[in-house]
Design a protein around this ligand. Structure first.
Ligand SMILES: N[C@@H](Cc1c[nH]c[nH+]1)C(=O)O
Length: 383
């Protein structure tokens, strides 16, 4: 085995891809800043208990674990940054008012989420703490759509869901509550035969409602169907009201509803959404409300946010144009060095040709060259 072989679903990022990713990272973070989001940088690894606080079993399975040689305690490498940021809000900042935070960093997954998915996504996201109203969810959805638009995706569909519907259905049925984790995964995969089997021991009303859920997807009219089928269950109407209000707040965005699309790490507590672009089966961004995570860190704070994988988004973006650049000779002449420094100060890429490499191909599209002209260094256009 060659010693440079990388593990499965782990890859180097080569220059042209790295440039796309990095430019997108900067663009999105700059845009978050325009909305008032402050950048935070949680650690790559931390003690397992704090890392998994508030998150479900899926996150535990996805987290790489190792032993800390200093303390002897088990540490985990983050698989998701959202709960870390919730901890920062709950413990470190201790602000009473609304706090908007954003972040970008690598996360690691023990297992890939799909056959070709990376195990090292580059997660970027934004979160609002301290506002329980749907206005915060609407802002987060707007920001998710704005981020995708900045990446060149204008035809985006938002798929809405509400975890309160499932929770309301099973709340009075102890047998169903014990199977909550299994129900989540059966609903996510719309596995109706599986649902039929698992619900056999549930109350008939719970069973009936759960078997209806996978079919409740489509345009906003789905909410009326859901009301007719499930509206009498305490708690369901409130969740559907929230979805309806959010659709109204979202205005022009293209929105669909899928009441079984509960994918995620199961820390969400209310409205959830997934963003889809044409031709791709997997969501390019996910988000939603997770009001109880802060509580686990000692401070209950309403919370909502979204995140996406920059590597995946950059891969899907139309090919980046090669950057225009200037070629310059190598030399020690102070006038040449000053000319090059001025050009770089003005934001130009200037590549000095090292001796013996005059005929090498450039990674950059060099359309100009610095040449000597009567004792001056001037810029000439390259054919
Ligand atoms: N981090 C979540 C999405 C999210 C961000 N904030 C709230 N939810 C996920 O990866 O599914």
């Amino acid at each position: 085995m060659p010693n440079w072989l990388l593990p499965e679903n782990i890859a180097d990022v080569l220059p042209s891809e790295a440039r796309k990713i990095e430019e997108l990272r900067r663009t999105l973070l700059d845009n978050f800043r325009l909305y008032g989001y402050e950048l935070v940088m949680p650690p790559m690894l931390e003690y397992l208990e704090s890392l998994l606080t508030g998150a479900g079993r899926d996150m535990d399975l996805r987290t790489f674990k190792l032993v800390d040689q200093l303390s002897g305690r088990t540490m985990g490498i983050r698989a998701d940054m959202t709960t870390q940021v919730a901890r920062i809000d709950a413990h470190l900042l201790n602000r009473g008012s609304v706090t908007r935070l954003c972040y970008a960093g690598s996360v690691l997954h023990t297992l890939p989420s799909g056959l070709h998915a990376t195990r090292e996504p580059l997660q970027i996201g934004a979160e609002i703490y301290g506002h329980a109203g749907l206005e915060a969810d609407a802002e987060i959805q707007e920001l998710a759509l704005a981020s995708l638009a900045l990446a060149g995706f204008t035809q985006v569909r938002l798929d809405l869901c509400h975890v309160g519907v499932l929770r309301a259905i099973i709340s009075d049925d102890p047998a169903a509550k014990r199977c909550e984790a299994e129900l989540f995964s059966l609903l996510e995969s719309k596995d109706v035969p599986g649902l039929r089997v698992i619900t056999q021991t549930f109350r008939p009303a719970t069973r009936e409602a759960l078997l209806v859920l996978p079919g409740l997807y489509g345009d906003a009219g789905t909410l009326a169907r859901a009301r007719a089928d499930l509206g009498s269950i305490p708690g369901v109407a409130k969740a559907l009201d929230e979805l309806e209000s959010l659709i109204r707040l979202a205005g022009a965005a293209s929105i669909t509803v899928d009441l079984a699309d509960l994918r995620g790490y199961h820390y969400h507590s209310g409205v959830m959404f997934a963003a889809y672009v044409p031709g791709l089966p997997n969501a390019v961004a996910r988000g939603g409300r997770y009001d109880h995570v802060g509580e686990a860190f000692g401070r209950a704070r309403p919370a909502t946010g979204f995140s996406l994988d920059l590597r995946e988004l950059a891969r899907l973006m139309p090919g980046a144009e090669r950057k225009r650049a200037i070629r310059a000779p190598w030399g020690n002449d102070p006038a040449l060095r000053a000319k090059i420094a001025d050009l770089r100060k003005a934001g130009e890429i200037v590549i000095q040709t090292l001796p013996g490499h005059e005929n090498d191909l450039d990674e950059f599209d060099c359309d100009r060259v610095v040449v000597a002209d009567n004792g001056n260094w001037i810029l000439n256009t390259l054919a």
